[in-house]
Design a binder for this molecule. Structure first.
Ligand code: B16
Ligand code: MG
Length: 213
């Protein structure tokens, strides 16, 4: 019997690839330069949030206010460091589980899209050898509001021409799972969000999608 979904929306960082470690390293370098405390617990709160929303959380520990220009400069510095890490990525950074799951879902006829807060999403997809693979890409360049607002996922569904309720989201961030629910979607989680049981499905690997779909 056919299930209720015709499209699968994938978060990028933490689901299709593990750029989350590069985000951590880049923010760590910037905060060390400023003398602001930053650790993996704070980094975990940044999953799925936009660059500027992430910086606002990081600066909670700073003990002073920053001007808009200072914040823009810090975000640009972090992005330069982060882009330096991304430049070393290649299709070898795409796991076999992810590649085989994407290919199997495509063979089953699902429409596939990316829904990511990252403004670097097109570059990352190119580095992974996935440029042009997806039927639609909604990313931080197309939306004004960061997860947990559902805007990026509603945009992905719109670009596909699919109803949100016929789209299953795959996420690693609690903020992303909340965004899916606010947008009327169901969500299959991996990683941090799965550990916190934030999903309608909580998976050890994206490969488990092949049992859900
Ligand atoms: P950028 P996702 C998110 O990607 C990351 O999880 C989050 O840590 C990052 O701040 C955000 O992208 C913005 O990234 O600085 O490249 O625009 O998980 O939504 O794919
Ligand atoms: Mg993510």
């Amino acid at each position: 019997m056919a299930n209720q979904w015709s499209a699968v929306l994938f978060d990028l960082d933490g689901v299709l690839c593990f750029t989350d470690e590069y985000h951590y390293l880049a923010w760590k370098r910037v905060t060390d330069e400023l003398g602001i405390p930053f650790d993996r617990a704070v980094n975990n709160r940044l999953r799925g949030l936009s660059r500027m929303d992430s910086l606002d959380i990081i600066l909670e520990q700073a003990g002073r206010a920053f001007t808009r220009d200072e914040k823009e400069a810090l975000a640009a510095r972090k992005n330069d460091i982060y882009r330096g890490c991304l430049a070393a990525m290649s299709p070898a950074d795409l796991s076999g589980d992810v590649r085989e799951t994407l290919d199997a879902l495509r063979a089953r006829g699902y429409r596939l899209a990316v829904g990511s807060s990252s403004k670097n999403a097109p570059f990352i997809l190119e580095r992974l050898g996935l440029g042009g693979f997806f039927d639609a890409v909604a990313d931080g360049n197309l939306v004004a509001r960061s997860k947990p607002d559902p805007e990026v996922f509603l945009k992905a569904a719109e670009l596909l021409g699919e109803q949100p309720e016929r789209s299953l989201l795959v996420e690693d961030a609690v903020a992303g799972a909340e965004a899916a629910h606010r947008g009327g979607m169901r969500v299959a989680c991996v990683g941090d969000a799965a550990a916190r049981e934030a999903g309608d499905y909580n998976m050890a690997s994206v490969r488990e999608l092949l049992e859900i779909l």
